[in-house]
Ligand binder design. Sequence first.
Ligand code: SF4
Length: 116
Amino acid sequence: MVKNAYVEISSGEAQKVSDITIVEFDKTKFLEAIEKFTENNEFQVNPDKEKVKMLLDGLFNNEQNYRLKYCPCRLITKDFMEDLKLVCPCNFLIHETYKEKGECWCGLFVRREKNE
Ligand code: SF4
């Protein structure tokens, strides 16, 4: 075995040599995944379905153009490591926007109302 060896393989090859399941996300599956992600959390997916649809369009356009689902309302820098911070969902809980307004920058995630 070679320590710290690096190799690039396709997702299909990765699947064959590992136990992980690689799921191709379409918008519906992505929405299901982020809804599950919000379960038992203080935030939820924005109940404004039109807004969510528009944001998912932006995310999937970014994936088509830049290979990852980058935030639809922020500009990528083209520094890959830096831009990883922009992959959705980002760590929006630490952002001032969430602390002050109760939603992520784009409004895809909003603070859950206390009585929900
Ligand atoms: S600001 Fe919202 S939409 Fe943008 S990456 Fe973060 S969680 Fe996703």
